[in-house]
Design a protein around this ligand. Structure first.
Ligand SMILES: Nc1nc2c(ncn2[C@@H]2O[C@H](COP(=O)(O)OP(=O)(O)OP(=O)(O)O)[C@@H](O)[C@H]2O)c(=O)[nH]1
Ligand SMILES: [Mg+2]
Length: 232
């Protein structure tokens, strides 16, 4: 069985259709799955929609929390997952093509497969500012943590039992947990593979890019400090 974990925040407009459509496509492929929607901080009725969904679809579970916090929601979802393979996705992407390409790589021995928006072969249709932001964050992560790779955010697939120790070693929440997971996996000797992805969003992000800058910087300092100075 695979566990799909999707953090969800203020997605009342698209969450129901996106989740049901994902279930249908996984069924069509004959994949056994559980879908964990990890919500926190929503104020737009997302929770009520999730509760109704979980009542109709037994393979769908939802978690809820008070404060909007992407990293915390993702971590919590991963720790709740029961599948041998965990896939982290986003509600506006639900990229089953990535699952199909990542699963054979995990079966062949990779511990973590990262979908990169920035490597050769990828096709990122987001607005230019967001593509630049991805590259700036990756550059800063390379400088502050010694990360080797082209992207840390977004789609991931991994073998749960090989990554649990890595998840539990992570110290940051918010925007940079997803990055820390990849960086620590490399540092802890896990076999990490990047594959190119194509991406076109169904809607603009739920939090404005500029509002994320201060907390991304805070996360970078914390992560750089922990890894470079305290050698943790
Ligand atoms: N639980 C939770 N989910 C969030 C939060 N912020 C964003 N998400 C979810 O995370 C996923 C990606 O968020 P987007 O708003 O599309 O942001 P993005 O810039 O495309 O995200 P990245 O590509 O990961 O940088 C979506 O499924 C959102 O609903 C949050 O504060 N809490
Ligand atoms: Mg998005």
């Amino acid at each position: 069985m695979i566990s799909i974990v999707i953090p969800v925040f203020n997605e009342a407009r698209i969450v129901r259709e996106a989740a049901l459509d994902l279930c249908r496509r996984l069924d069509a492929l004959g994949l056994g799955f559980e879908l964990i929607l990890s919500e926190n901080g929503s104020t737009d009725g997302t929770r009520q929609i999730l509760a109704a969904l979980a009542a109709e679809e037994p393979r769908l579970r939802f978690l809820e929390g008070d404060q909007p916090n992407y990293g915390r929601a993702l971590k919590r979802g991963i720790l709740e997952a029961r599948g041998a393979v965990v896939i982290c996705d986003e509600i506006d992407l639900c990229d089953v093509g990535f699952y199909q390409r990542a699963l054979p790589l995990l079966a062949a021995g990779a511990d973590l497969v990262v979908g990169s928006k920035a490597m050769k072969g990828s096709n990122d249709a987001r607005p230019p500012m967001r593509r630049v932001a991805t590259r700036v964050i990756t550059l800063l992560l390379r400088l502050t943590t010694g990360f080797r790779g082209t992207d840390t955010h977004g789609l991931k697939a991994f073998r749960r039992e090989r990554m649990l120790e890595v998840v539990n070693a992570c110290v940051v929440e918010r925007d940079l947990f997803a990055s820390e997971l990849v960086i620590r996996a490399q540092r802890m000797g896990r076999e990490v593979r990047e594959i190119p992805i194509e991406l076109a969003e169904k809607r603009p992000p739920s939090t404005h890019l500029f509002r994320r800058v201060p907390r991304v910087l805070k996360g970078l300092i914390r992560l750089g400090w922990t890894i470079r100075v305290r050698h943790r």
